[in-house]
Ligand binder design. Structure first.
Ligand SMILES: [Zn+2]
Length: 334
């Protein structure tokens, strides 16, 4: 449900307005960094479209009563099925491994499913997660579905790297941008929803850069330990000047996160060196290590600013499909 999400209020207002006003577009593209809540927003949208208690469900184009807010009821079989990931009128496809490809067979199943009569209610919703993973053939099939949408269907496409999508796909979907949230707000959400201590919640909120989904994933999968492992591997490889690292075998998403982590590490060092308040530090869980290293920093601040920038450039290169080796070469470049 939209009411269970935090942030992205403008997007929620727009989407609920379209449902309430009976003005649903055939396809939507949700863009923004990974772990920012695109999937949750997409599922809340799907729930609101498919909800059995929606007053005008089954009457496309007919406006809902003025009291209807475009939100799902959260109680009917459709709402519960969508939340449980088992509602037949919502067909979702994603890569089978993080950062892996989405194959043509998956998109064919999605397209065929969306053309069938709905099991309940009147609508079908398709969800393609992280569409930059679509193979060329799969992307063409997806585009065909967007260009010839089945009746009473909505396709929701999400992407963390929309610049890798075909211009035709971009131009035919209604675009919804998702943004990171303020640190205080994310921390408060984590404290309330996950029962975390204020210190742990703030550490995750800062470390994730205000990306709620990423913070939740780190918390639920002990991702902070994994993040630190990759960060240490990357730091060790950089100290050796080596281009080969075990990181090369990690999924693309993890490599991106490790490069983000490196950029944040150098930024943290620079801030500590400049005497900034400790509350500004992103790697709160590594404060002792950072302070030790900051004492050994050379005098040239410019070279550290340059390092931060190179790490972000390397991350963009990995997003655009560069190999981890090439990304490390960018980080090491002088
Ligand atoms: Zn409902």
């Amino acid at each position: 449900m939209f009411s269970k999400l935090i942030g992205n209020e403008a997007a929620v207002r727009l989407l609920t307005g379209e449902i309430a006003g009976g003005r649903l577009a055939p396809s939507y593209l949700f863009t923004g960094l990974s772990g920012i809540g695109k999937r949750s927003l997409g599922l809340a949208f799907a729930q609101a479209i498919l909800c059995g208690d929606r007053p005008s469900a089954g009457a496309p184009g007919e406006a809902c009563p003025p009291t209807f807010c475009g939100e799902a009821c959260g109680r009917c079989p459709a709402c519960q099925g969508v939340a449980a990931g088992s509602f037949p009128d919502l067909i979702a496809v994603s890569s089978e491994s993080p950062g892996g490809p989405i194959r043509i067979e998956q998109v064919r199943l999605l397209a065929n499913g969306m053309r069938l009569t709905p099991h309940t209610g009147a609508w079908k919703v398709g969800l393609v997660e992280e569409a930059e993973g679509l193979t060329e053939e799969a992307a063409n099939a997806c585009l065909k579905l967007i260009e010839e949408p089945p009746e009473k269907s909505v396709l929701i496409v999400t992407s963390s790297a929309s610049y890798r999508l075909a211009a035709t796909l971009l131009s035919r979907c209604q675009r919804i941008r998702c943004w990171p949230q303020g640190i205080g707000r994310v921390a408060q959400f984590l404290e309330k929803q996950e029962g975390l201590s204020s210190e742990a919640a703030r550490g995750l909120a800062i470390g994730s850069g205000g990306r709620v989904g990423l913070a939740l994933r780190w918390h639920r999968e002990d991702g902070l330990a994994r993040k630190n492992l990759l960060l240490d591997e990357l730091l060790a490889a950089l100290r050796r000047g080596a281009l080969e690292t075990p990181l090369g075998k990690a999924p693309r998403l993890e490599i991106e996160e490790a490069l983000d982590g490196i950029a944040a590490w150098w930024r943290d060092l620079l801030l500590l060196r400049l005497g900034a308040d400790r509350s500004w530090i992103i790697h709160q869980d590594r404060l002792d290590d950072l302070e030790r290293e900051a004492k050994r920093l050379g005098p040239s601040i410019e070279s550290w600013m340059d390092r931060v920038e190179r790490a972000y450039r390397a991350r963009s290169a990995v997003q655009a499909n560069a190999s981890p080796r090439m990304a490390l070469a960018l980080v090491l470049a002088r």
